[in-house]
Design a protein around this ligand. Structure first.
Ligand code: AMP
Ligand code: MG
Length: 428
């Protein structure tokens, strides 16, 4: 297997000792490039979901449940009326009809949270509202529509068998039922169910924290106007938003000059579960991050069989994954989505799969690609067909805003012919 791949498959504790055998690629170029699928497999093998933490139920929407939850109680915990009407002994209504109303004595009232406390005797009825506990002795509810109450007397013009219009104890959730399983991304209605079984706090997987190290002497902080030969850092705001999308917490964002000591200091002091380093990831003279990562920890992969984003590196620093993302914004987005995103989701207990909706549509024009690399092709969808965007260099970030999505051409393919049906991933 290729040299960088060998480093990849070694045990994770090597980063504790540091010092990956290092071929200095600066001004020489990559010797070989790792296959995308192998790198994803490496990340899946080396990363495990973070431990759980206990949080308030109110904070749990969208979080990943860390353990199975089963109900300690029955919901509801009592038999209750499912209709507004009158609680009776169902058997006593048999024979009632429009031409044969039967008469009952109304002896009281049951409201939600305010039960009628005596048993219901023969010939008696209790006025009852939806959700109120069914009084002892009664076993059915006559709807208000088929009952007429006047001066304490009730005339019922329809029969209701025992059990009619009643919600039984445990009909929603029985005691001991497994209501939700570990790994569940909690929906709003899940929180409702958890509340109904008496949950106040619960264990969810901790959200991975992320340190963003944005390198480049030419960069102005986000929010500035581009000036002179300087450009505005667009990667940090994009990455922060991707991190949030994937359930992570962007902890800190630093702009760092292209100097070895500055990059080293930032790497060493970063306090997060995941490090994202933007820029300086390639084979240029000022590309310090790959070498530093190899020296301080482990550079597992450097150079991907992927376009754009081939100058991507992945490694570990004190057992925390570090992603060296190319500075070119499209490459940065692509490298994040291919590698950092899945890693982050894995740590957070989520699926490593792409978070984009997929569609199959025919191609309006052909897509050419070289065998041996995966291509990330920005495309438009027009009249039910996929159109590859013409201008789509790695530095043209607006290609990703004009595009509706992207098509991936696998490594073993020379591309797709016009008219061929292919899968498109939609950005929205
Ligand atoms: P690098 O990967 O550092 O060699 O950068 C490649 C290209 O991306 C250069 O043209 C940089 O100016 C540009 N670039 C680097 N970092 C950023 C950033 N944070 N935001 C926007 N462009 C960047
Ligand atoms: Mg740079």
């Amino acid at each position: 297997m290729k040299q960088p791949m060998r480093a990849m498959s070694e045990p994770s504790d090597r980063s504790a000792h540091a010092g990956t055998p290092f071929f200095d690629v600066r001004m020489r170029g990559f010797r070989d490039r790792a296959e995308v699928a192998d790198v994803i497999a490496l990340l899946a093998a080396r990363l495990r979901p973070l431990p759980g933490e206990e949080i308030e139920l109110q904070e749990a929407s969208g979080r990943v449940l860390a353990e199975d939850v089963s109900s300690p109680v029955a919901v509801p915990s009592f038999d209750r009326a499912a209709m507004d009407g009158y609680a009776v002994r169902g058997q006593e209504t048999f024979g009632a009809g429009p031409y044969n109303p039967l008469e009952f004595l109304v002896v009281g009232e049951a409201l939600p949270g305010r039960p009628f406390s005596q048993p219901v005797g023969p010939g008696q009825a209790v006025r009852i509202m939806t959700g109120a506990p069914l009084p002892e002795g009664s076993d059915a509810v006559v709807q208000a529509e088929v009952a007429q109450e006047q001066a304490g007397k009730l005339r019922i013009s329809d029969a209701v068998p025992p059990g009619r219009h009643i919600g039984r104890r445990g009909e929603d959730i029985e005691v001991g039922t497994a209501v939700l399983h570990a790994g569940r991304i909690l929906r709003p209605q899940d929180l409702g169910v958890l509340a109904s079984i008496g949950t106040a706090r619960l264990r969810v997987i901790r959200r991975p924290t992320v340190a963003l190290l944005i390198t480049g002497d030419e960069l102005l902080p986000c929010g500035s106007r581009p000036e002179g030969y300087q450009i505005v850092d667009s990667n940090s705001v994009m990455l922060e938003s991707l991190v949030r999308r994937d359930g992570g917490i962007p902890l800190s964002t630093l702009l760092i000059p292209d100097s070895r000591p500055a990059v080293e200091a930032a790497l060493v002091s970063a306090q997060a579960d995941v490090l994202l380093i933007s820029g300086g990831s390639s084979v240029g003279k000022e590309d310090h991050a790959p070498r530093l990562l190899a020296e301080l920890g482990e550079l597992s992969v450097h150079g991907m069989a992927l376009r754009p984003a081939s100058p991507t590196g992945i490694g570990f620093l004190q057992n925390r994954p570090a992603f060296l993302l190319p500075g070119n914004p499209v490459s940065c987005l692509c490298a994040y989505d291919f590698f950092a995103g899945p890693a982050l989701r894995r740590l957070g207990g989520r699926s490593m799969d792409w978070p984009y909706r997929k569609h199959s549509l025919p191609l309006a024009r052909k897509i050419a690609s070289a065998v041996g690399r995966v291509d990330y092709v920005r495309v438009l969808i027009r009249d039910g067909q996929i159109e590859p965007l013409a201008t789509s260099g790695a530095s043209i970030l607006s290609s990703t805003t004009r595009a509706d999505g992207f098509v991936l051409v696998p490594g073993d393919s020379e591309g797709y012919a016009a008219g061929q049906e292919v899968q498109v991933f939609l950005y929205d």
